[in-house]
Structures are given as structure tokens and as C-alpha cells.
Design a protein around this ligand. Structure first.
Ligand code: ARG
Length: 555
């Protein structure tokens, strides 16, 4: 049973959903609380008066044993024994499905994320989109949605002309085969350093050749693209990321004309200095450029075609774009254009914006040419994880493998833990701390719970009735909110809620672990505490796995 939903159903108030029901800071006050501020407008009363009124009309039952009104909050106490057995029974019987649901049944969500650029570095700037999108993908699946993961590859633009020109000048097949993406990136960087007007002209010509279907130019282009995809796939594999489609910008080239025709037909296209634009001034935005004066398409044109294609192909319920907030305006603009075209589904497009990740030493600034490859960050984190683990427990078996899981988890969690719109500074020491708010801490707690279970011989059964002590009860309550936390994370496009949930649960379990005997407890108490430990173990694993993070059984 989900208590927040239960409370909301019972209250039956407009505009109040389970997400509005919070955990009070002090559990003496109650197990759940509804802040009544949000209701002030509808009730035309002060929150204090609303809480009082709701309290008076509330009828307690076998689930909710007590209500109180304090400072504009309506507090609820749950019948402990009922909660304990229902939560633990559910977690233990559902196991690795605990928290899943079928609310999304029959609905398709497109999640566009990562969207790296062909022949350019997969750098730390792509970390957030990759792991936030990857988590949203898993979260929606867990909730029963049909999910389409899309990598909107940046595979269109004059840079490919430059690349071909550079390759023809300085490159050769052997070197590129050997050096892969790094080799082509070097060629590209060298072109940008050395190009004069003549070379620029040559690059534009090559780009035109790709466009006009020239065989050699296209073969080269496809080869560079393949190298890029092969390379990024090795990183996606490490991060537990998958895609269902790699339809990039180029894929939409032959799908733009109908969009342009439709814009014309609907009287939305305007000429401005030779270019074709959609005027967005009435909406307080600069115009959306659709065709350049030379007839070339733009980034927005391809996004218009892509959105329409996705709607026609997947008939999505929602289409998410996990892209940095720097592109806020771009998304607002082309969403608006679609709305003006009369696409009522434009309201289902969501720009899931996130903040920047930079490294402690400021190495992210691209201006001084120091791009940080994500691969290097991952490798460094895994190396450091190895050192940390070795120091803590040098006798551990499979240290390398564990360090890989821990290091990768730290990279993912480091980019996920904060509210996504915040800029974050990535610090190796911080993300690898055993006692911070980290994946390492969660993984360690998971391994600790596993070790208790192994020592117990796993022969225990949940007692039918059990009166929990304070520490046990805190853990149970936290366990009970997992399903709703997942739904909240999906609704707010905020995987950090799950990351925080995992840290909270780990902290509560560790408090219980330190204060209460488990293996040396007696009778029902021992059975109960082992059941609780198993429930925590499985829930922590589920939470981590929704973020794409593994849980080593030993650490
Ligand atoms: N490839 C782009 C970049 O690296 C991001 C693409 C965002 N997605 C979109 N549909 N415009 O900046």
C-alpha cells in the first residue's frame, strides 16, 4: 500500500496529489504531513484554519490512527503494526520488482538523451544528459511505459566537410582505424587551427558533396560516423545505457520539405534578409530561423521535422529532450512553432534542462582548448576507487571488478545527486567518499546488509505481528515511500529524487544497524530484523539499478 496515495484518496481534495504529502521533519509529529499552504487560495482561508477544518472532518481508520493540525500542517499517524507487515510483505514478495507499476501501460514516452556529435569528443559536458536521460529511461520502463530511447546524433553540418578535407590532406586509413575517434578528432582540431579561406572553401565543397550524394564523400562520412558510434557505445555499455534509435540530425534531411511546405501553407513563414523565419515576436522571442538565405536548413528545422516524425512514428504520450539549459530558448522557440502549426501535441514536448558539470580544477573551459573526455574521467574515477577500496579492505576478492562498479557508480551518482538544474562541480574525493551522500555509501550499506544476510544462513521468516522500535520504524517508513518516490521522479523528470531516497534509506538503515543487534537478537526480533535487512538490501539495489549503478555483494 502506498500511504501517501491512501491519504490523498481519503482527503479527496482538488489539486492535491500524493507528491504534496511530505514526511514531517520530526517524526514525533506524525508519519506524513500535508502542508495546507497550497489550499489557501481555493479555501480562501489561512493554512492554519484549513488544517484545523480538515482535521475535524477527518475520520481515522485501521490505517491512519491519528490526525493533528499544527501550524498549517495536517499531520497523520499511521497504524504502526499494520504498516510494518504490509510494507515488509510487499517488499519481500515483489523483490526486484518492488517499486515498479503499470501506471504507464499503453503509453509511449520518447526520451532523447546524450545526443553526442559525430567526430567530436564525448566530453564531460555530455555526462549529465547521458546519465539523467539513462535514468529516466529506466524509471519510465519500471513504471510500465513503453519507452523509446533516442540518440539525436549531431551528424549534420559543415564540420563534416572540414573533417573530410582534413582527412584528405593529412590522414590515412590505417591511422584512423587505429586511433578511432581520437584520430578523427585530432584531424578536425588541426583543420580548425590551420585552415585558411581556401581550405574553408574546400570544406564547404565537401559538405555539398555529402549533400548531393557523392559516393566517396558519403562513404567517408559513414565511416566516421560508425567509428563514433562504436566508440560511444563502449562508454554507454559501462554506464548501463541503451538506445532504441540513433536517428540523428541527418536522418531528417529528407523529412524537412513537408514541414517547410506546411509552414508556408499555414502562412507562418516570412522572409527576412533573404532567410525564411517564423516570427515569434508576439511571444517575446527572437524569430525561429527555418531556412538560411542559401536555402540550407538549420538546427531548428531539423528539430521540427524530428518532433513530427516522432509523433507520427511513436505516437508518444510525452517526448522528453534531456538537453543543457543553454538551449532553453531553442526549445521554447521550436515548441512554439509547432503549436502555431496547430499541433496540439506540442504541449507534450518537454525540455528536461540540466545544469553544467565542471571539474574542480576548472578544466572544462573549452576556450583554452582543454576538453575533458568523459572516458578519462571514468578511468580516473575507477583508478581512485581501486585505491580507496584497497586501502579499506585489501584482502577483498575481485577488487578490480568492484572498483569498476564503484568508480562508475560514483561518476553517475556525482552527476545525478543534485537537483538537475544546478551547476555542479565534480570532485573525485567527494564522489568517492564512504561516508558522504554518495553512491559508495549506498553501495557499502548494501554490501553490509548482504553480509548480515549471508551470515544468517538466510533462514528467517517475517513474524506476523511485530511492534517496531523507533529505528526499525524509521526504516519501514522510508521503505514504504519508494514506489511513490519513483513516480515523483518520473513526474518531475528528476532522478535525483531516487538518488536522495537511496542515501536516506542507507542512513536510516545504518542507524538501525548501529543501535540494534541483528544476528545476536532473539526469537521474533531476530526474524524481524533479518527480514528488514533483506527488504533494505533489495530496495537499495533497485534504487541504484534505476540510476544505472551496480551493487557489489561485498566491499
Ligand atoms: N548534439 C547537440 C549538442 O551536443 C545536442 C542535441 C540536442 N537535441 C536536440 N533535439 N536539439 O549540443
Amino acid at each position: 500500500m502506498d500511504y501517501r496515495e491512501y491519504i490523498v484518496n481519503k482527503l479527496n481534495l482538488e489539486n492535491i496529489t500524493a507528491a504534496d504529502v511530505a514526511l514531517p521533519p520530526n517524526s514525533q509529529m506524525g508519519d506524513y504531513a500535508l502542508p495546507c499552504f497550497k489550499l489557501a487560495k481555493a479555501f480562501r482561508k489561512s493554512p492554519v484554519a484549513i488544517a484545523e477544518e480538515l482535521k475535524n472532518s477527518f475520520v481515522c481508520d485501521e490505517v491512519i490512527s491519528e490526525v493533528s493540525a499544527v501550524n498549517g500542517y495536517l499531520n497523520f499517524k499511521i497504524n504502526k503494526m499494520g504498516l510494518v507487515s504490509s510494507v515488509l510483505n510487499r517488499v519481500l514478495s515483489e523483490g526486484d520488482c518492488y517499486g515498479s507499476s503499470d501506471v504507464g501501460k499503453g503509453k509511449t514516452v520518447c526520451v532523447e538523451y546524450s545526443s553526442v556529435n559525430v567526430a567530436k569528443p564525448f566530453h564531460i559536458g555530455h555526462l549529465s544528459t547521458t546519465v539523467i536521460g539513462g535514468a529516466l529511461y529506466k524509471i519510465y520502463k519500471f513504471l510500465g511505459y513503453n519507452v523509446v530511447g533516442i540518440n539525436h546524433l549531431g551528424d549534420y553540418g559543415t564540420q563534416f566537410g572540414k573533417l573530410i578535407s582534413a582527412y584528405k590532406r593529412w590522414g590515412n586509413r590505417e591511422e584512423v582505424d587505429k586511433g578511432g575517434i581520437h584520430a578523427i578528432n585530432e584531424l578536425y582540431v588541426r583543420f580548425n587551427k590551420e585552415a585558411d579561406e581556401l581550405m574553408e572553401q574546400e570544406a564547404r565543397n565537401y559538405f555539398r558533396l555529402i549533400e548531393s550524394g557523392d559516393r566517396e564523400a558519403n562513404e567517408l562520412f559513414e565511416w566516421f560516423k560508425e567509428l563514433t558510434i562504436d566508440y560511444v557505445n563502449t562508454i554507454y555499455e559501462k554506464l548501463n545505457i541503451t538506445f532504441d534509435s540513433y536517428a540523428g540530425e541527418r536522418f531528417y534531411i529528407d523529412k524537412m520539405q513537408p514541414v517547410i511546405d506546411e509552414l508556408k501553407e499555414k502562412g507562418l513563414l516570412k522572409e527576412s534578409e533573404g532567410a525564411q523565419i517564423v516570427d515569434l515576436e508576439p511571444y517575446g522571442m527572437p524569430p525561429c530561423l527555418v531556412l538560411r538565405s542559401d536555402g540550407a536548413s538549420l538546427y531548428a528545422t531539423r528539430d521540427l521535422a524530428a518532433a513530427i516524425y516522432r509523433k507520427n512514428t511513436y505516437n508518444f504520450y510525452k517526448c522528453l529532450y534531456v538537453v543543457a539549459y543553454q538551449q532553453n530558448l531553442h526549445f521554447k522557440q521550436f515548441f512554439k512553432v509547432l503549436e502555431l502549426m496547430g499541433k496540439d501535441w506540442a504541449k507534450d514536448l518537454v525540455h528536461v534542462a540540466y545544469g553544467m558539470v565542471s571539474l574542480e580544477d576548472g578544466a572544462m573551459s573549452t576556450r583554452n582548448g582543454r576538453v575533458v573526455w568523459l572516458e578519462d574521467v571514468i578511468n580516473k574515477c575507477v583508478e581512485k576507487a581501486y585505491a580507496v577500496i584497497d586501502e579499506k579492505n585489501s584482502a577483498l576478492e575481485n577488487k578490480r571488478q568492484i572498483a569498476e562498479t564503484v568508480g562508475l557508480g560514483a561518476v553517475i551518482f556525482g552527476a545525478l545527486y543534485n537537483n538537475k538544474i544546478k551547476d555542479v562541480t565534480f570532485s573525485y574525493d567527494k564522489v568517492l567518499s564512504f561516508d558522504g551522500e554518495t553512491s559508495v555509501y549506498v553501495q557499502y550499506t548494501c554490501a553490509r546488509a548482504n553480509s548480515v544476510l549471508e551470515k544468517s544462513g538466510k533462514s528467517f521468516a517475517l513474524p506476523e505481528k511485530y511492534e517496531p522500535n523507533a529505528q526499525e520504524y524509521e526504516v519501514i517508513k522510508q521503505l514504504s515511500t519508494f514506489p511513490q518516490t519513483i513516480k515523483d521522479a518520473a513526474e518531475k523528470y528528476e532522478p535525483s529524487l531516487i538518488a536522495r531516497y537511496a542515501v536516506d534509506l542507507a542512513q536510516k538503515y545504518n542507524k538501525f544497524y548501529i543501535d540494534c543487534k541483528i544476528l545476536s537478537a532473539e526469537g521474533e526480533t531476530k526474524h524481524f530484523r533479518l527480514s528488514l535487512t533483506e527488504a533494505v538490501h533489495v530496495t537499495l539495489k533497485n534504487a541504484l539499478s534505476l540510476l544505472g549503478i551496480g551493487a557489489p555483494e561485498k566491499m
